[in-house]
Design a binder for this molecule. Structure first.
Ligand code: SAM
Length: 312
């Protein structure tokens, strides 16, 4: 295992605590435990008889949750994807919860461990799986996918203007095995983007897009949102931190579908105010303060949205 600091600075921490933790004796789910930055702070606000279900798809994050559970009996650690949230809670015999947190994307320990293959700055095997025990690695996908599929992914998830050219070069250079080989190939394929020392690495969008494809992130979020809302009891809250405009759009649209009244046929003599909605907005979109950004530049694109399930 790579020798990296096993630490993740939680993003928008006060904002999450203030808007999510409202029943101090409740049952909460941290669906993306990471290294437990949010979870520890939630536990500090929760009563001795509260429960915190700590989930992640990454075995290293689950080990961290197990270590925390050994110190704090309120923590229930499990390996679970967002798309398995409902069945994981059924297995734990938990029917409703008071709050769910989803802090999307990758953790600092994932990015900073060369052997995970997420980073274009560190050379390592081209893997990028959050759960290295399941699914295809980035190398397996890139070395077998059709050129047009690779280009589509780079365009859709990375908004990469040079998607076709990069895809063509990838196919010509196969097999690709390391992050450094991919990063160099992309840097050579795209014109230098201006911006001096602070310019993004030219492979930023390509790596992000491949990571999203390898981990099926958009579908995971979609299923996770539906399952999280479904397990909330009345008054239960769902807090989601996103880092990417596509993720945030999905969250925003799903939350809107719950917080806005359904469209009424014309001439129905009911006003919108009289139609019950499934949920109400609690907060968001909230962005990090300049002070947080100065301490933690990785929080740059974070956005928090929180809703509350209304009595059904
Ligand atoms: C930004 S980090 C969370 C950091 C955490 N809040 C903390 O303070 O330490 C995101 C975590 O979510 C996990 N993750 C991402 N997508 C997931 C999914 N679909 N199912 C389960 N875990 C997921 C990643 O493995 C990673 O550990």
């Amino acid at each position: 295992m790579a020798d990296t600091p096993d630490h993740h600075v939680p993003v928008l921490l006060e904002e999450v605590l203030n808007n999510l933790v409202h029943v101090t004796a409740g049952t909460y789910v941290d669906a993306t435990f990471g290294r437990g930055g949010h979870a520890r702070a939630m536990l500090a606000r929760l009563d001795p008889d509260a429960r915190l279900v700590a989930l992640d798809r990454d075995p290293r994050a689950v080990s961290a949750a197990e270590r925390l559970a050994a110190e704090d009996a309120r923590v229930i650690p499990r390996k679970s994807r967002l798309s398995e949230l409902a069945s994981t809670l059924v297995q734990l015999d938990i029917s409703t919860v008071d709050g769910v947190l989803m802090d999307l994307g990758v953790s600092s320990p994932q990015l900073d461990a060369a052997d995970r293959g997420f980073s274009f700055r560190l050379d390592g095997p081209l893997d990028m799986r959050m759960d290295p025990d399941s699914g295809q690695s980035a190398a397996e996908w890139l070395n077998t996918a059709e050129e047009h599929d690779i280009a589509d992914v780079l365009k859709r998830y990375g908004e990469e203007h040079h998607a076709r050219r990069i895809a063509r070069r990838i196919v010509a250079a196969r097999p690709l095995e390391t992050t450094a080989a991919l990063a160099e190939l992309v840097a050579a394929a795209v014109p230098q983007r201006g911006g001096g020392g602070k310019a993004k690495h030219p492979a930023t969008q390509t790596f992000q897009a491949i990571r999203m494809r390898v981990n099926d992130e958009m579908a995971e979020i979609e299923r996770g949102l539906e399952q999280a809302y479904a397990v909330l009891g009345p008054g239960g809250r769902l807090a989601v931190i996103s880092f990417h405009s596509l993720e945030d759009r999905l969250v925003k649209q799903y939350f809107r579908s719950l917080t806005r009244p359904p469209a009424l046929p014309r001439r129905v003599p009911i006003r919108h105010a009289e139609v019950a909605t499934a949920a109400r907005d609690v907060a968001g979109p909230l962005a990090p303060t300049p002070m947080e950004l100065a301490d933690n530049p990785r929080a740059r694109s974070a956005k928090l949205r929180v809703i509350e399930r209304l009595a059904s």
